[in-house]
Write a protein that binds this ligand. Sequence first.
Ligand SMILES: [Zn+2]
Length: 459
Amino acid sequence: VHNFVKARRIALAALILTAAAPLPAQPGASSGWTVKPEWVRAHESFLASDALQGRGSATRDEAIAAAYVASQFEGFGLQPAPTMSGYLQTARIIRPRLNGAPALSVGGAPIADVMLLSTSGASVRGMAAIYASEDVAGLPAADVVIATAPKADIAKFARAARQKKIKLLIVKESDATKAWYRGNGNQPSVPSYFEGAPPRERPTLAVLSADAVDRLVARQAGGEIALTMPPMLNEASTTTNAIGYLPGRDPKAGFIVFSAHLDHLGVRPDGTIMHGANDDASGTTAVLELARALASGKPPRRGILFVCYGSEEIGGYGSRYFGAHPPVPLTSIVANIEFEMIGAQDPKLPDGVMMMTGFERSNLGEALRQQGALITSDPYPEQHFFERSDNYQLALTGVVAHTISGWAVPPTYHQPSDTLESLNIAFMTRAIQSLIAPARWLAESDFQPSWKSGGKPTE
Ligand SMILES: [Zn+2]
């Protein structure tokens, strides 16, 4: 009885709706297309749900997110990309884990309570160079370095250690090291690598209490510092990119790539689901809604690839793989726009406006802005966001590639609070809406985006 009554009500409601529905033309949208907040919310409701368990990189949950995106692409009328037989591109990744605890010693005497922030698993021994300054520029290029400045900027020191090929960098515990460790789920980060490729080298970044570092420096004259690493568990898993293709009318006009990453941080060891509603289910939602809008019109002049990458969070593996196995020649890609965290707006930016990383590096941002895109330059160049997202892999190959973001480091960034409830759906909807006409223009025009002098990254 319930079902029958319900069915009748629905039929009746449909009848009323049909009768009362306005004409499809939407006011206020120069693109002739209106992004509906309920569509935006619906993608988020699935991608950021408990059911998807935080879409951990190269997990089954990531594969389910990719299957969802692929299925939406198919429903919007997109095709598999040239040279592909389906909408999914997969790659095998080795994700090493430490199988035990590391041991640190000086002159053979053990040093207790060492915490590793990152490592590629290699044991190290050697006499240490002591570095007391907070200024990262003078960091010595020795195998083992002890940085004794209590306020050393850990992110900068880590970057410098990598550049200088330091094998073991020991630093003092600080709020920043604690936050790093927490942010990585209370375990050291270990670089993944593609199956069949050599493992990636990374300095081991070790943290000791300030007292322990001072004692270590005092005793270091007595002998070598040795870090003995436990064996690694090298688990292989699969990461998945979802790719949809809107063919263009002119095969010589090149391709545009709209992209985002569909993975997030999965479930923390304590069971907390990291939903990643903003990072980067919001970007995935932007790609989906651009796909829906652009597929609904007449075919554009340029072909468009809609790409949602896997395994961004563990080092941009999905985009690396795409860059190494592109379905169309990279030289035919005219521009790439990546969407990262458009679910909240940076209060530093004007109302409704997003930032585009590396805005000054090319002429693309200005051109899109002239077409109505609500974008401006990145207010945090010192954070290197241009280099920290999936756009960078294509940018390194020469493709003009940028990331558009609503707020690059909101308070929810890599926190359990990055949930559906914390999203600003109205802002997201407006943000996506503002990009549809510029995206259509870019796909239709013969405008050739190019790097400005010095803008093209060289790694
Ligand atoms: Zn992230």
